[in-house]
Design a protein around this ligand. Structure first.
Ligand SMILES: Cc1cc2nc3c(=O)[nH]c(=O)nc-3n(C[C@H](O)[C@H](O)[C@H](O)COP(=O)(O)O)c2cc1C
Length: 348
């Protein structure tokens, strides 16, 4: 069968999907004071599912209060928080779409204001450069995780994954990109450790591989996805992992060997062709399984990536935010409404 964006897709991993359109994870900041979902959030996701987005990635859901870094983001640290996603999943599933929960730990992209007064943790004790957009203060000075504390991070994520699967998410996506906790280990410019989790490529990738090995028995290979950003944008410049090729040639085959099967390559809001598009051409040669990516591709560009076999599904973020009827619009070739500050500030 020919591969095309809007035709049904029989994925050996995800089953039969209506098309190859996926909604990228997008933090919205509309959770309630208890970090739970609200009916408005359920309608927001439900609308995109009813319009035909085949796979929805939730906004980043913080696995534990110590991993937060934002105002009003959802958490998955209690059963009540997990249950608040029930109405979201009802709407998404009734529409025939799948939804994965994105599990998030911010690491040092935070501040004690968001972690109950205790220092955020990281691979390093050096703060991130810049200002936390949420409180206007410089990023907090993190506390370097000791190696013997890392299993507690796995445990937090495992608990959140269990809650997500129990409430009916079709899978979980591990947020390992964009400079947050796991990227703080992967990235040689940030990771300044001298123990088994720092220094060599092998050591920097260890945390990711150990976590995946720990989660696979719980999730199974069809319900565990990783999101990585080997090349993205930072401060207006393209920012690659310093040892990009070596990292990709190490981590991708190892992920395959430990049994991971679902991969999403992100570049945040960078130009796709110069970042993820380039990375994906290397990854594809090393990875025979499910591969997803994107960043504001035109439908024609998406079609070309799919028909060439570079991607199995294409993610859109801002376009789906600004166009709840995104699939209808691209089906008939109607222009898309551009993303604006008003769109970002609302849930519609
Ligand atoms: C409002 C907003 C919030 C985002 N939050 C997340 C997030 O929680 N997790 C994540 O992995 N990426 C997040 N992203 C990045 C998107 O998933 C996506 O990679 C990025 O927007 C590029 O795709 P686009 O050009 O199609 O928008 C966010 C992007 C936007 C615009």
């Amino acid at each position: 069968m020919s591969r095309s964006l809007l035709s049904p897709f029989d994925s050996p991993y995800l089953g039969t999907l209506r098309n190859r359109v996926a909604m990228a994870a997008m933090t919205r900041g509309f959770a309630d004071a208890e970090h739970c979902c609200t009916p408005d959030i359920a309608d927001y996701y439900g609308r995109r599912a009813r319009n035909g987005v085949a796979l929805i990635l939730s906004e980043g859901i913080v696995v534990d209060p110590s991993g937060d870094g934002y105002n009003h983001v959802p958490h998955l640290a209690t059963d009540a928080q997990a249950q608040s996603w029930g109405p979201v999943l009802e709407q998404v599933h009734a529409a025939g779409s799948l939804m994965f929960a994105q599990l998030w730990h911010c690491g040092r992209i935070s501040h004690a204001d968001f972690t109950n007064g205790i220092a955020p943790v990281s691979s390093t004790d050096q703060p991130a450069e810049g200002t936390n957009r949420q409180n206007g203060k410089p990023y907090g000075t993190p506390r370097r995780l000791r190696a013997d504390e890392i299993p507690a991070i796995y445990h937090m994520i495992e608990q959140a994954a269990r809650r997500a699967l129990d409430i009916g998410f079709d899978g979980v996506q591990l947020h390992m990109e964009h400079g947050y906790l796991f990227d703080q280990f992967l990235d040689a410019r940030i990771n300044d450790r001298t123990d088994a989790y720092g220094g060599t490529v092998e050591n920097r990738c260890r945390i990711v591989l150990e976590l995946v090995e720990r989660l696979l028995p719980l999730c199974g290979d069809r319900r565990l996805m990783l999101r990585l950003s080997p090349s993205r944008m930072l401060g207006g410049n393209i920012y690659d992992w310093p040892d990009l090729e070596e990292m990709l040639h190490y981590i991708v085959p190892r992920l395959n060997a430990v049994g991971a099967r679902l991969l999403d390559i992100s570049c945040a809001d960078a130009p796709y062709a110069k970042t993820s598009g380039r990375v994906i051409r290397t990854v594809r040669q090393l990875w025979p399984h499910f591969l997803m990516g994107g960043a504001s591709l035109t439908p024609d560009q998406a079609e070309a990536e799919i028909s060439a076999g570079h991607l199995d599904m294409v993610t859109w973020g801002r376009a789906i935010l600004a166009n709840p009827n995104f699939v209808d619009r691209i089906t008939v070739g109607e222009a898309l409404i551009p993303m604006t500050a008003e769109v970002r500030a609302s849930l519609y």
